[in-house]
Design a protein around this ligand. Sequence first.
Ligand code: SF4
Length: 397
Amino acid sequence: MRDESVGIYLHVPFCERVCPYCDFAVVAARPLARDVEDRYVAALLAELAARSADFEGLWLASIYLGGGTPGLLHPDSVARLVDAVRSTFPAGAEAPEVTLEANPSSVERSRLAAFRRAGVNRLSVGIQSFEDAVLKRLGRAHRAVEGHAFLTAAREAAFVNVSLDLIVAVPDQTSAQLEADLDAVVAHGPEHVSVYGLTVEDGTPYARGVASGVLRLPDEERAAGMLERVPRRLAEAGIEAYEISSFARPGFESVHNRRYWERRPVLGLGMGAWSVEPRGPSAPHGARQHNPRDLRGYLERVEAGLPAAANGREVLAPATARGEAVFLALRTRTGLQAAAFTAEFGAAPRAFFAGPIREARAAGLLEESPGGDLRLTARGRMLSDTVFAGFVEGPFD
Ligand code: SF4
């Protein structure tokens, strides 16, 4: 067994309906027909068998069923997937974290105990808000009462690691609504919370609503003010920020999500999934590939025995890898460790990014230790995109 781990991401693209702001790889399926589900699960299993050799010998740290809405799968499908992954990769010293994303629908709620028996030990729940007006504005399929019922049912089904997602800075959202959301989060006592400012992606119905003036987003200052409120309120309840959008009680930081910020291997399976391959002689900074975002294209390629990723793999160039190493590490509370960066790239961050570091420090967005370690300030976390752009567009070789 190699002294390195792997996380497995299984993308399940089906959703009861597509939310108007969503830009993920999703397909409307209401309800999800059993034959469609079985065909898709068979493709995931075939892809797992075909791709696992690239990650051979790595021990299994995490399985993440994301989407889409993986909670729409029947528990026996989830069990087949979890069992197949667990029998493909050797176990580590600790049991793998097995996360399932779910939405607070009654169908998914009725399956919670069976998901637990299928091997899921962490739930990530798409709550988004406990305010009906906000949920309606987001075009979500559920209402607050279902969100509360789902979280209660998760505890009854013996889930002791529950994460919930919250969206902030929604059109017309008031400060009082945000405070009520934060109160409800704290009252449920989740182990983990992910908080996102609403982003409007081109091509979505939301983008058209904003362009036509039907939807009014809060201005930047107001949105930042709302987002700023979140870490303080959650910290008072013992749920601490460990990444820009992620908050957890000590010991409940997401094992799987940390892999992306730490640039560790992830085998991504399913429509639109990304993989990050381990570093090796032919790819000293790693390689990645992504699957097609259309369901038919994905299924046809896998069923024909072809690699799902039609565009092949991208071996990361040193300049690309350096920029990513900086901005992914800066997302975390730990920040960028200069020694680890130097070990991989042969020189300290300053040797490549003196300009962006100087500018971000002068603007009060970045802290630099005497040894060259870098960390975002509280203000930098609010304006992280501005800081990251400096490193992505920095001097390349
Ligand atoms: S439930 Fe989530 S993944 Fe599905 S459409 Fe809505 S935002 Fe997108």
